[in-house]
Design a protein around this ligand. Structure first.
Ligand SMILES: *Cc1c(COP(=O)(O)O)cnc(C)c1O
Length: 388
């Protein structure tokens, strides 16, 4: 049997029969309707309201951080988190090339330049050793911090991404970043619900970011959040995402050129109801991932991507790794033709026109993996019924 057919047979054995199985589908079986209706009934649908405050409290509790600031989407969260970490025009920010476009775009919004570093196969995230080796080669210390001696630009921050919810090696990355005086901003937009030694992902960096887009593990329709343990950064995050308006009974005085990145109460209401379901979603997604792992084990030429020991991923998107990149497109064609929505890894950032000229380290692992990875259906409900 061909590899694409063997993989198709494996999906058929694991997943419930259906004419079409999306890659990831939101599920609304809790209090979503009640909370959204409450917004409409009370008139509190827009930029302030009790659900925004509650969502922020509940998110901070879920992520084990002192503060969470709700914003309009994950990209906006990254943009403001980078600004608050001091990233500005002409700076360079170290990040993976294997990520969703938002990471690189948010760096660009600050007038800064992404500087791509390789990932490791074990976590699909930034490789601490590769980061350290690269910084040893290109970084030089100046009176006001470290700069890239090849470009002359200041090195301003490191942004690891927990790809598909698989936690990066945060402690090691933090140690390397600290050695070069770089703040860490965690792109945790895919990792809500993932833990390392029982501790939720997202609160280890100076700032962390979440997304609640429709395809993420929980959704508020659209939305995002900035996480931090620093009360001053939390206050600044709220101020800069709410037009920097000074509190006053009637005066409109704004003390900075800031953003309207507020999350509407209507979206926060949906988010609150979804967050109540997070543990359930994560548990079912892990059940599904376990079934995939077992079912793929006997196959040769492909393996199911499993979490790194010591980490508990949310398995936001399940992934298989093919031995041979030549098989990727035939596999994608076979699965999609049979109604199992599947897709390749994002095109690496350094291969996109806007980011081709950006500084980069050796990216051989990124290049090799990007041709071999396929995401397969991952909705929590797929764990509920076992295929016949
Ligand atoms: C989803 C995502 C974002 C951005 O989130 P939006 O809410 O869509 O703006 C950022 N980074 C990564 C890695 C993501 O997957």
């Amino acid at each position: 049997m061909s590899l694409p057919d063997a993989i198709l047979g494996t999906l058929r054995a694991v997943l419930p029969a259906a004419p079409f199985t999306p890659l990831h589908e939101p599920e609304f079986r809790g209090h979503e309707w009640d909370y959204v209706k409450d917004c409409i009934d009370t008139g509190w649908v827009s930029s302030v309201g009790a659900y925004v405050d509650r969502f922020e409290r509940d998110l901070a509790a879920a992520c084990g951080t002192a503060h969470a600031v709700a914003v309009v989407n994950g990209t906006a969260a990254l943009h403001v988190a980078l600004e608050l970490a001091g990233v500005g025009a002409g700076d360079e920010v170290l990040c993976p090339s294997i990520t969703f476009i938002a990471t690189a775009n948010a760096i660009s919004y600050c007038g800064a330049v992404p500087h791509f570093v390789d990932i490791e196969e074990a976590s699909l995230g930034l490789d601490p050793q590769a980061l350290e080796r690269h910084l040893e080669q290109i970084a030089e210390q100046t009176a006001d911090g470290w700069r890239n001696r090849l470009t002359g630009r200041r090195l301003a921050a490191v942004v690891p991404v927990h790809v598909f919810g698989h936690p990066v090696r945060m402690a090691e990355l933090q140690a390397v970043a600290a050695r070069f005086g770089l703040p860490v901003i965690e792109d945790s937009t895919e990792a809500l619900g993932s833990t390392v030694n029982g501790k939720p992902v997202g609160g280890d960096g100076l700032l962390g970011t979440l997304s609640f887009n429709g395809n993420k593990i929980i959704t508020s329709g659209g939305g995002g959040a900035i996480l931090t343990n620093d009360p001053d950064l939390a206050r600044r995050a709220k101020h800069r995402t709410t037009t920097a308006k000074k509190p006053h009974r009637w005066d409109f005085v704004h003390d900075e050129t800031a953003y309207n990145y507020r999350l509407p109460n209507l979206n926060a209401a949906l988010g609150c109801a979804q967050l109540e379901r997070l543990d359930d979603f994560t548990a079912r997604k892990r059940t599904l991932a376990g079934r995939y792992a077992d079912a793929f084990r006997p196959l040769s030429g492909v393996r199911f991507f499993e979490e790194r020991p010591g980490t508990t991923g949310n398995y936001w998107l399940n992934a298989i790794l093919l031995d041979d990149a030549e098989q990727r497109d035939p596999v994608l064609a076979t699965l999609n033709d049979a109604g199992f929505q599947s897709r390749p890894l994002w095109t690496p950032m350094h291969q996109l026109d806007m980011y081709r000229a950006c500084p980069r380290a050796d990216l051989s692992v990124s290049d090799a993996l990007s041709g071999r990875l396929v995401n397969i259906p991952s909705s929590p409900k797929l764990a509920d019924a076992v295929a016949s």
